[in-house]
Write a protein that binds this ligand. Sequence first.
Ligand SMILES: Nc1nc2c(ncn2[C@@H]2O[C@H](COP(=O)(O)OP(=O)(O)OP(=O)(O)O)[C@@H](O)[C@H]2O)c(=O)[nH]1
Length: 329
Amino acid sequence: MGHKIPLDIVSGFLGAGKTTLILKMLKERKGNEKIFILENEYGKAGIDGSLLSGNKAEIKEIYSGCICCSLKGEFTQVLKQAISSIKPGRILIEPTGIGKLSEILQIVQQPCFHGTIVTDHVITVVDVHEVHNYLKNFGEFYKDQIYHAKIIVLSKTQEFPYPKIQEIVNLIREHNSTAKIVTSPWDQLDIQEILQEDKPYEKLSKNEDVISPKKLNYTRKQPASSRTCHHHSGADIFDNVSWKGLRVFSISSLNAVLSAVSTGQYGKILRAKGIVAGKKEWIHFEYVNGQWKCSTTEPLKLGQAVFIGQNLLSEKLLELVEGANAKSC
Ligand SMILES: Nc1nc2c(ncn2[C@@H]2O[C@H](COP(=O)(O)OP(=O)(O)OP(=O)(O)O)[C@@H](O)[C@H]2O)c(=O)[nH]1
């Protein structure tokens, strides 16, 4: 690789598990190279940046709809600046879930980066529970993310029956016949096993989870949407509502908010996440398609949350999060 900086991309749809995988990569990495992480968040809350901080990495967040044409300039500038001022040993990009992987690849492979960056791992995280749903409803983004990946890591396979995983692998193979597909639960896997690309068609030792594309007779067709950029971004299709405030939540008041959100009366909310003040400790919540979990976390100066979906009723949603008597900024 000479003196070029290796660059990894961890893409994947909303709530797939990108940040979780990046945290694993940071924790289990060997060596002490300086890492620069570029986070592209949809919505104004920098939740992922907060979660990733404290891992000896420099983090920069770009808030936007997605890394699309309009953002190309800002993204390029941020990368150039990081290369010259931080001089990282490795760069890691987490695009927004509603971005196209092809667009990120176009940006990092521009001639201006030929001398400084080399693309290393191109990963897409795929939530096994949502493959059918997202292929059907958000195919334009979803297929692009799958098609351009070199490594596809299935997430949330822990309680998923093996035949169903196999079915999902076959479905993915229709859109990418060559990527390595990792199906073992992450907690049982060493990160090096996930990142190792040298033998893409070999069965992983712990699971029969890589299918040889030769056995399947698929032609690898490039999705029409990925050939050119149509200036059509996820931001046109999805809405987001961001909240910042000082409301103090109890676990039950937070559950009440998320439960109300899951009914659909505030719009179709696919993803929400936040770090909010709790009665004793701060609470971090993660909501993906009607399911959520909460844990305690480090305090922030201000609570923040973001809701992503379609046809969101912003004002009603903000009222719900603020609560009747809560103060917020
Ligand atoms: N059980 C299980 N949960 C997972 C796994 N991976 C991620 N999660 C959970 O899924 C939720 C979303 O994970 P994130 O890592 O924040 O997903 P993301 O892709 O970064 O999401 P965005 O912020 O929408 O881009 C969190 O609650 C994670 O703990 C997995 O392999 N198994």
